[in-house]
Design a protein around this ligand. Structure first.
Ligand code: ADP
Length: 482
């Protein structure tokens, strides 16, 4: 692997500031989704190693918590600087293990680093309250304290940003962390650990355990030293982890699946809507939890929108993310390809038509053609389930109230998008959509200063923004008698 700094490529787990192998010496293979080549291995750890990491995080907690927020911020700022200084190498590692185009990977590194910078600063603003007393001889004070040892379990679609979105606020608040990254993309996580150590984050404050999801997950959720779990991944696993956390009443933050509607009204700026749909639907080959999953287009602009979107989609270039000019990489694995195929076949059997794509790409492997379906009926699977791939199904609608009802007719509530110019409609629809995030006349909504998170089965808690650090704090009320 050709990196400017080869020592960023780590094939061991990181516990208490040390690089370690599994007790069993077993490893997990990590492959490149663009060509199935073996990139390297990581330790296949289980409950014992996870317990060691949790104990290390617990030992490191008192000293880390005792630093001032400014002292922690200085260290975190160095971590941010190191990420940016090594942006090219981190991006390359990410493209190799995840598949996204290099430009997108570079963008993700900057996005990931921004959470460290932002929360390092936010840590200084963890204000409490004084409350006018309920009795003349009482003084009421509210302070906020770090929750303690935290655990994070992260997915493969954003191998760096989903980690820093959790580690940034946790560490800034004075918590310590044990992270289990996705087994498909552990090298991005391990490179971040290497940089954390160089930045001067003390041993045990940030630990990375690679290995068996269920064994590591069972220990993270079952060990009473862990006070909080933050998870990003599927609703199914999130539900299971929440149940496991119920035993100790651990705090949980969950960023789960979505089923984002993307609505284009007759009064929309169609070119902007196409640009937004392209970004929201096809970024990361459709593998983000805020990707448009269902595109509802009003009758009067349906054909024009479909044509413009088709022209834009046909300009996408598939290939190995490291190659110049590639806009769209492979899907993560065969299972992901199978899901896209299943959604297409189901929609076709119910009367939909393909206007572009629809087939595995000639590059083979995990590459699938960016696809647009028109005349998709409401009964299609894709109306209910997240595809997590490069498939844009276009549904036709006539009436505003009807499309809002359809958009809300899902167990999910993460992101929704709509394009309209009538001001009253903008407020009406924006307020009626049952989602944690609503993009209006834009297809890109994620950044470190805004609260990201879902309602309904899409999760609990918010990441990013001034709200994000609250997920890592406990409120303590002190009642002082005079
Ligand atoms: P995806 O479909 O995006 O892979 P998952 O929810 O399966 O979503 O995976 C997200 C993260 O959860 C990954 O790090 C994965 O290893 C982890 N994971 C999967 N199953 C479990 C489990 N039973 N316990 C703990 N973590 C799990």
């Amino acid at each position: 692997m050709q990196l400017n700094d080869p020592t960023l490529f780590r094939q061991q787990a990181f516990i208490q500031g040390k690089w370690c192998d599994a007790e069993s010496k077993k490893t997990i293979d990590v492959t490149n989704p663009a060509n199935a080549q073996l990139l390297g291995t990581v330790p296949k750890m289980g409950a014992n190693e996870t317990r060691t990491a949790i104990e290390a995080a617990n030992q490191a907690l008192p000293a880390w918590r005792a630093l001032t927020a400014k002292e922690r911020a200085t260290i975190l700022r160095r971590w941010f600087d190191l990420m940016m200084a090594n942006q090219d190498d981190l991006a390359k590692l990410m493209t190799l293990e995840q598949g996204k185009p290099l430009a997108e990977a570079k963008g993700e590194i900057a996005y990931a680093a921004s959470f460290i910078e932002w929360f390092a600063e936010e840590g200084k603003r963890i204000y409490g309250d004084t409350i006018p007393g309920h009795q003349a001889d009482k003084r009421l004070i509210v302070i906020k304290q770090p929750i303690g040892v935290t655990a994070a379990i992260t997915p493969w679609n954003f191998p760096a940003a989903m980690i820093t979105r959790k580690a940034g606020p946790a560490l800034a608040a004075g918590c310590t962390m044990v992270l289990k990254p996705a087994s498909q993309t552990p090298f991005s996580a391990l490179a971040l650990a290497e940089l954390a150590q160089r930045a001067g984050i003390p041993d045990g404050v940030f630990n990375v355990v690679t290995g068996s999801a269920s064994e590591v997950g069972n220990e993270l959720t079952g060990n009473p030293l862990v006070r909080k779990l933050s998870f990003t991944g599927s609703t199914e696993i999130g539900r299971q982890l929440m149940q496991q956390c119920a035993k100790d009443i651990k705090k949980v933050s969950l960023e789960l699946g979505g089923n984002a509607p993307f609505i284009v009204f007759d009064d929309a700026d169609l070119d902007k809507a196409v640009e937004g749909a392209l970004a929201s639907k096809f970024r990361n080959a459709g593998q983000t939890c805020v990707c448009a999953n269902r595109l509802y287009v009003q009758d009067g602009v349906y054909d024009a929108f479909a044509k413009k979107l088709q022209a834009a989609v046909e300009k996408l270039t598939l290939g190995d993310g490291l190659a110049q000019g590639v806009t769209t990489g492979p899907l993560i694995d065969e299972k992901a390809v199978a899901k896209v195929k299943e959604h297409i076949e189901d929609a076709l059997s119910k009367g939909a038509r393909i206007i572009t794509g629809g087939q595995p790409h000639e590059l083979g492997g995990n590459f699938f053609q960016p696809t647009i379906l028109v005349d998709v009926p409401a009964s299609a699977k894709v109306a209910k389930e997240e595809t997590f791939g490069p498939l844009a199904p276009l549904f036709r609608f006539k009436d505003e109230a009807d499309v809002v009802a359809q958009a809300n007719d899902t167990e999910f509530g993460l992101a929704a998008y709509f394009y309209a110019r009538d001001l009253s409609r903008v407020f009406r629809v924006g307020e009626a959509l049952e989602y944690g995030i609503v993009g209006i006349n834009t297809g890109i909504i994620s950044n470190e200063v805004a609260p990201f998170g879902g309602i309904k089965a899409s999760g609990l808690g918010r990441e990013g923004s001034k709200y994000g650090i609250e997920d890592y704090l406990e409120i303590k009320y002190m009642c002082i008698g005079l």
